[in-house]
Design a protein around this ligand. Structure first.
Ligand code: PMT
Length: 431
């Protein structure tokens, strides 16, 4: 996947720079050619000689070096790579990037590049939480920069919290993701907000609202190699997460295994089984909006076999099932302090679609349900379009068939309108 790729690695001056040699080794093992640029402060933590020896390339540090410029000018260097990675990225370099400063070789390269930029921050926990740093990070995300980490843990300074640089293999996984490979499930990558390509931006009428959206199938393990699953692609749920984010909401997408990229501007948490999805959703409460678009498996195997099950004798094994937690019902009926103001479920039905959805509205305790027909031939699972009915306590609205993105945009618009009504009572009525 990474073979033949070229990465410009910008190293800034933090203690986490000691992990950079390992990062270069891991990339080299994968056939990546790495060229390093360092800040003056970085040279206090790792020598240019070490990085040059490991990468097999000259290290750029001096903006005014005549020999460097003669070999490859800084503009050319900044564009020669397929991806620019800043690791570790200190609070200082983030601030300079956010301001567009070009006062040394590293920041000049970052300002001159037209390639995607991935940043692995590393700093003291208080520096990480400082409003100035958070402001700079928001600015960089809006500018199209992707972030991996920081991780939470013990710091070199003795404090505890977020600020540790992501591990080299986690950075490698985030790099692979930039080239199209899905991120391993336990990692979270915040993708840059999408450029609006000249299209008028949507009203930010969900700014200040937090949302969780579930999406995709769940995989319920039978043994280490087999699982129970369904045909959900995640297209509908991912589109809803993106549509809410496009109106300014702060969205966490909790997704089962899908082959879609993470939506831009959305914090995406990857899970496998229903129980993981349940925990990930509850961990993110309280929120204002919860949308359950995932096709969560109702059952799992009661006892997962620790080793691959073997054929033995004539009789096939009997799988005993146990019921999974119902995430939508649990969130709808959780205590008032944590219950989102608006809970929207889906109903996937093969017959009597609206009648079954109306029953589900009551049994799950949610405020709205989007009912869709998933019977054979509809291609609701996996397809690009959907025909839904918005079912609320006292009304049913039939929406015409449209693309899943249009369904998502219309739902986001309805949600924004309901919040603008300000009254939770109105939210429940679906007005
Ligand atoms: O992913 P796509 O290919 O784009 O397809 C979209 C979709 C068909 C998956 C989507 O539109 C949809 O209908 N999602 C809900 C699928 C489903 O599981 O429906 P259900 O009727 O079985 O469940 C009702 C609701 O309870 C759903 O909101 C579901 O997320 C939720 N649920 C169900 C079981 C469970 N254990 N926990 C839950 O939260």
């Amino acid at each position: 996947m990474l073979k033949g790729k070229r990465i410009l690695l910008v190293v800034s001056g933090g203690i986490a720079a000691f992990k950079v040699p390992d990062l270069i080794r891991r990339l080299a093992e994968r056939g990546v050619s790495v060229r390093c640029a360092m800040t003056k402060a970085a040279e206090q933590f790792v020598t240019p000689l070490t990085l040059a020896a490991l990468s097999g390339e000259k290290v750029s540090a001096d903006l005014f070096s005549l020999t460097d410029e003669a070999e490859m000018g800084h503009i050319e260097l900044s564009r020669d790579a397929d991806l620019v990675v800043v690791a570790p990225a200190t609070a200082n370099i983030l601030a300079r990037m956010a301001q567009g400063l070009a006062d040394d070789m590293a920041t000049t390269l970052l300002l001159a590049t037209d390639k995607p930029v991935l940043v692995a921050p590393a700093m003291n926990v208080r520096m990480w939480h400082h409003p100035a740093t958070q402001r700079n990070i928001e600015q960089l995300k809006a500018d199209g920069v992707a972030f991996i980490g920081p991780n939470e843990g013990e710091m070199a300074c003795g404090e505890y919290g977020p600020g540790r640089m992501a591990e080299p293999l986690e950075i490698v996984a985030a790099i692979e993701m930039q080239f199209g490979k899905p991120l391993p499930r336990h990692l979270t990558l915040v993708q840059p907000r999408p450029a609006n390509n000249g299209v008028a931006p949507l009203k930010q009428d969900l700014k200040g609202k937090r949302a969780i959206v579930t999406s995709g199938p769940t995989h319920e393990p039978i043994d280490p190699v087999r699982y129970i699953a369904n045909r959900s692609s995640g297209k509908q749920g991912h589109a809803i997460a993106a549509a809410l984010a496009a109106r300014g909401a702060d969205v966490t997408l909790v997704t089962g295994p899908v082959s879609l990229p993470d939506p831009a501007g959305v914090k995406t948490v990857h899970v496998e089984a229903a129980r993981d999805m349940f925990s990930a959703c509850f961990l993110d409460l309280p929120v204002d909006i919860f949308v359950a678009a995932a096709a969560v498996a109702d059952w799992r195997v009661a006892v997962e076999a620790p080793q691959k099950m073997k054929k033995s004798g004539d009789l096939p094994p009997v799988l005993k099932l146990a019921e999974n937690p119902d995430i939508l019902r649990a969130i709808s009926t959780t205590d008032a302090k944590r219950r989102p103001a608006l809970v929207v479920g889906f109903a996937a039905e093969t017959e009597n679609v609206v009648a079954h959805a109306q029953k589900k509205l009551g049994s799950k305790g949610c405020d709205w349900i989007l009912a869709n027909d998933v019977s054979e031939g509809t291609q609701t699972f996996g397809g690009d379009s959907n025909a839904v009915h918005l079912v609320t306590a006292n009304a049913v609205e039939d929406w015409p068939r449209m693309s899943k993105s249009e369904v998502a945009a219309r739902l986001a618009e309805r949600i924004a309108a309901a919040f603008n009504d300000q009254s939770k009572k109105n939210l429940k009525k679906g007005s």
